[in-house]
Structures are given as C-alpha cells and as structure tokens.
Write a protein that binds this ligand. Sequence first.
Ligand code: 0O2
Ligand code: 0O2
Length: 205
Amino acid sequence: MEWDVLLNPYKQSVEELKVKLKGVREQYIIENKHSPIEFVTGRVKPVASILDKMKRKNISLDDIEAEIQDIAGIRIMCQFVDDIGTVINMLKKRKDLEVIEERDYVNHKKPSGYRSFHVVISYPVQTVDGEKKILVEIQIRTLAMNFWATIEHSLNYKYAGAIPRNIQQRLQRAAEAAFRLDEEMSIIKGEIQEAQKLFEQKEQR
Ligand code: 0O2
Ligand code: 0O2
C-alpha cells in the first residue's frame, strides 16, 4: 500500500488545524486578552509507530483509519489548568470540526502520572476526490503537564516501556510536583484577575 497516499489527507488536516489554532491565539493577542492557547504543535504519526500500534492492538490494515484515532495529532499547550476548559468549549463551538470523543486525564490521571485532556474530532478535509472526514486526536495540556509528558515519553523510549522502578518513583514525584506547580500558578492567575477587577472598579468611580 502507498503510505504517502493514505497519509496525505492526515498531513493536510494537521497543517490546516495548526494554522487555524495559531490564528485563535493571534486573535486573543491582538484583542489584548489572555490567550488560553500558549502554543500549538502537530504531527502525523510515523509509519513505524502506526505499524507498532496495529500489532499491539491487533488492528488490520483495513481498519486503521477508524481504529487508530491519533494518525493525525495536534497538541495545544496552555498556561493555566482553567485554559484547558476554555479551549475545549471553543473547539465544541467551532463549525469546521466535530468533537466525537473526550478523555479526561486531567482529573483522572493515568497510572504513569500522565495528565492531559484528549479530544477526538472528525475533521472534513477537501481532497481531489471530494470531502473526506478524518479523525484527529487533540491533546490539550498545561506547560507543566507537557514538560512531564515529554520527559516521560523519552524515558519510555529509552527503556522500551520498561522504566526501572526507582526512576518510575521519581517520575511519580515529578508528576506530583507538576500538579502542585499548576495549582500554584492557578492561584496567582486568580490574584491577577481580582486585582484587575478592583482596578476597573476604581477607574469607573
Ligand atoms: P514561533 O512562534 O516562530 O516559534 P512546521 O515546522 O511549520 O510544520 P511548527 O508549528 O513550526 O510547524 O512546528 P511544531 O513542531 O508543530 O511546533 C513547534 C512550535 O511550538 C514552534 O513555534 C515553537 O516555537 C513552539 N514552542 C515550543 N515550545 C514552546 C514554548 O514553551 N512556548 C511557546 N510560546 N512556544 C513554544 P513556531 O510555529 O515555529 O512559531
Ligand atoms: P505518540 O505519538 O508517541 O505520542 P493507547 O494509544 O493505547 O495508549 P488510546 O486509548 O489509543 O491509548 O489513546 P490515549 O491514551 O487517549 O492517547 C494515547 C496518547 O496519549 C499517546 O500516544 C501519548 O501521546 C499520550 N499518552 C498517553 N499515556 C501517556 C503516558 O503515560 N505518558 C506519556 N508521555 N504520554 C502518554 P502514543 O501512541 O504514545 O503516540
């Protein structure tokens, strides 16, 4: 099978969604508002990883487009935990995509310590053969969650999924520290917003 042909609409979708979501950030910034989006990245799953997942989950070639939801992957990084909900609501209101699944690993962390909010969307991409609906997994997470996940992902790769116990324990503690960092930052965010409200009231007097 021609992987390039199969993956092309996925590549197109990732590029389009990156432009659109970076545009959302831009709009907040020009309107002088706090952007719930700090930055956006995206990738098409490498063929080797697709083959791995097919094997691991016993998925046949005919079923990959329906069964592998993260062939196209978008990641949205936020400063604050609250921003995650704002981003999810924004996605749900958009007319150019449909949210079809949600996985809340923010309030229900994985045993590894992983935290992130996953949304699977159906995205209509225009091809030369007409419209094709593509599944895209969007991961929404804070900068602290992203820091932890990036490090843990490299360690998992290094140890081929069998991270030594002592390092696993360190990672658990690091995950707790990242959680506390997010909590501390949320408190500061609240303080800032309160100060701004008081300032506005003073201005109006
Ligand atoms: P900027 O603002 O000039 O840095 P492409 O290579 O065009 O396909 P892209 O978006 O460049 O795609 O690459 P990718 O890997 O999808 O996303 C990386 C983007 O995330 C880059 O922005 C990085 O600068 C940005 N990024 C990474 N870490 C941080 C961070 O901690 N804070 C912020 N604000 N941005 C970060 P761009 O798009 O190159 O634009
Ligand atoms: P990549 O491109 O290497 O990131 P499964 O894929 O079976 O684990 P499922 O239900 O298909 O699970 O999807 P899920 O769990 O919603 O999302 C899987 C993706 O979430 C992973 O993609 C990771 O990006 C991320 N993820 C999930 N758990 C962890 C974790 O414990 N640590 C880290 N660092 N990331 C995690 P892939 O397949 O690894 O692809």
